[in-house]
Design a protein around this ligand. Structure first.
Ligand SMILES: Nc1ncnc2c1ncn2[C@@H]1O[C@H](COP(=O)(O)OP(=O)(O)OP(=O)(O)O)[C@@H](O)[C@H]1O
Ligand SMILES: Cc1ncc(COP(=O)(O)O)c(N)n1
Length: 264
């Protein structure tokens, strides 16, 4: 069995963050582990509060796992403060897991800033160089690349700029674009498009967390990056198609469909 670790924030409503990651990794039949960077009080409508876990406690969680258990892939999600980013980067340099997927979470679907402005440069300088693949959505890619994105050419220019920050591969996701949700992968040489079919639903809470965890699971399972993304794209497409009308805002995507081959 492969062992996959998420380093991310907790979403008590179960749609995004660590909870989405653990469900996704389990659906891929991987053993899922978590290092919690922050506790959020949120639901499908809003993030009401965030408590950042002290960096020493983040380090202690990482040490507890790596000193005892083989880790086949790591996914990093919400890390809001630069001291926590620095702590995580230091530990990953120490333990050198084979694959690191960085989802540069910045703003929740409900509009809350999950990355403090002071931490943006730490994310760029400390986490991107460790990334096997970084998976920004369009607004995140705009921030990382320092440019606005309005066209396919802009996506390609932004991917090249983000690649230059040190990530080995860059996947710019198309969920926030107009039209069909095509994701673009850049490996330093070529661009590969992963087309999707847009589902007209408000229930897309946790799509980015799910996609990056599916990529991490597929890398742990031995798939090369391009195939890991292709399979993850199929996973998120099905999970959105069967998403759950839970709560009064953005409901979660459905992982049970992949677990049991049917609705829960
Ligand atoms: N309505 C949709 N229909 C089909 N696919 C979608 C839809 N919305 C997003 N996707 C796909 O879901 C994945 C996540 O993309 P998205 O751009 O939503 O990421 P994100 O904004 O980081 O997600 P999150 O807000 O959950 O962090 C991508 O593969 C994207 O193409
Ligand atoms: C702990 C945590 N991590 C990530 C997200 C982003 O997910 P979304 O953009 O769907 O709100 C979130 N809301 N909460």
């Amino acid at each position: 069995m492969k062992h996959v670790l998420t380093i991310a924030g907790s979403d008590c409503s179960g749609g995004a963050g660590v909870q989405a990651d653990l469900k996704t990794m389990s659906a891929h039949r991987c053993f899922a582990m978590s290092v919690i960077t922050a506790i959020t009080a949120q639901n499908t409508q809003a993030v009401n509060d965030v408590l950042d876990i002290p960096p020493a406690m983040i380090e202690a969680q990482i040490d507890a796992i790596f000193t005892d258990i083989r880790v086949d892939a790591v996914k990093i999600g919400m890390v809001s403060v630069s001291d926590s980013i620095r702590a995580i980067a230091g530990k990953l340099r120490q333990y050198t897991p084979p694959f690191v997927v960085v989802d540069p979470v910045m703003v929740s679907k409900s509009g809350y800033d999950l990355l403090r402005p002071e931490a943006a440069s730490a994310l760029k300088e400390l986490l991107l160089p460790l990334a096997t693949i970084v998976t920004p959505n369009v607004p995140e890619a705009e921030k990382l690349a320092g440019m606005s994105i309005r066209s396919e050419d802009d996506i390609k220019e932004a991917a090249q700029r983000i690649y230059a920050l040190g990530a080995k591969q860059v996947l710019i996701k198309g969920g926030h674009s107009d039209g069909q949700p095509t994701d673009w992968l850049f490996d330093g040489q070529k661009f590969t498009a992963f087309p999707g079919k847009r589902i007209d639903t408000p229930n897309t809470h946790g799509t980015g967390c799910t996609l990056s965890s599916a990529i991490a699971s597929n890398l742990a399972l031995g798939h090369p990056v391009e195939q890991a993304v292709e399979l993850a794209k199929q996973y998120i497409q099905t999970a959105i198609e069967h998403s759950i009308p839970l709560g009064h805002g953005h409901g979660p995507v459905n992982h049970f469909y992949e677990y049991y081959g049917g609705e829960c």
